[in-house]
Design a protein around this ligand. Structure first.
Ligand code: AMP
Length: 282
């Protein structure tokens, strides 16, 4: 199992590797790996000659210093899990300095408006940070294909926009959301939930499923009102936003059209832990 911590080492390794292999599959992560991450890694292994996983908690995509500071960092455990899955996986776990050198700052991106909806509205600058790190990692790793989870569906659409706009030759694959048996979407942040919040959190997916059912017969506005009411009644979980949006533009639905695809998106505070989830509606 090889773990590289500097871009010069991994770039040397990759340029030598390219003489022998055809395809690199890449999975960017912030670590604290769980089965959701692992499902992406399995796809990268199955469909490529080499799988590379990056583990890097990217400071420029956090709008909250406490969240960044408390983000779980479990590199040794992550490497062991990957090794069990397949010892040929390559890990890139750089320092902040290796990525950002002397200026830990995000570049400015335009994602044609996708960046202003939902997460963009509530996490200022988040997608500039995401764009900066993913573009830089793609330049370092030069993968053929990269795997992203639908768990962060807005991020997935933004990465698709990034590669199109900047003509980056990386194929983007979206992967299904992995859930606990109680429905809670797997997330590195779940580890930090206090027991009472962990018990309460499956309510989020339960409401998403009911919202999907209601969307079959009711308007988006009615479904949004219903969801907001369910959270007003909840003692522990605080709703930040619930939006029913077009999967292409991510803009809230005004009038339903059967030619479009819609998803419901949600962000909820469970104490000081912010959880997001989404569900396809049609
Ligand atoms: P993160 O480490 O949270 O930045 O996530 C790294 C990648 O794993 C992103 O593409 C996420 O969307 C994806 N991911 C995180 N959680 C899940 C999940 N529960 N199911 C599927 N993919 C996930």
């Amino acid at each position: 199992m090889t773990v590289f911590t500097t871009k010069s080492e991994i770039q040397n390794y990759i340029s030598a590797l390219k003489n022998d292999i055809k395809t690199i599959g890449f999975v960017p992560t912030m670590g604290a790996l769980h089965n959701g991450h692992m499902s992406l890694v399995k796809k990268a292994i199955q469909n490529n000659d080499k799988a590379i996983v990056s583990i890097f908690v990217n400071p420029t995509q956090f709008d909250n210093d406490k969240d960044l500071e408390k983000y779980p960092r479990t590199l040794d455990k992550d490497v062991s899990l990957l090794k069990v899955l397949n010892p040929n996986i390559i890990v890139y776990a750089p320092s902040v300095k290796d990525i950002y050198e002397d200026e830990t700052k995000a570049k400015e991106f335009s994602f044609d408006g996708l960046e202003f909806e939902m997460e963009g509205e509530f996490r200022t600058g988040h997608f500039n940070g995401v764009g900066t790190i993913v573009k830089r990692l793609f330049e370092i790793i030069t993968p053929n294909t990269a795997y992203f989870g639908e768990k962060d569906f807005q991020q997935l659409q933004i990465i698709r926009k990034l590669v199109t706009k900047y003509q980056i030759p990386v194929k983007i694959i979206g992967c299904k959301i992995h859930r606990e048996s109680n429905g809670l979407a797997m997330s590195s942040r779940n580890e930090r939930l206090k027991p009472e919040y962990r018990e309460a959190a499956p309510f989020i997916y339960k409401i998403l499923k009911l919202a999907k059912e209601k969307f079959g017969t009711k308007s988006a506005t009615k479904v949004v009102e219903w969801v907001e009411k369910q959270f007003e009644k909840h003692k522990l979980l605080k709703l930040e936003y619930f939006s029913i949006a077009d999967t292409e533009t991510l803009k809230p639905v005004k009038r339903k059209s059967n030619k479009k695809n819609y998803r419901a998106f949600i962000a909820v505070y469970a104490g000081d832990i912010r959880l997001i989830d989404n569900i396809a509606l049609n």
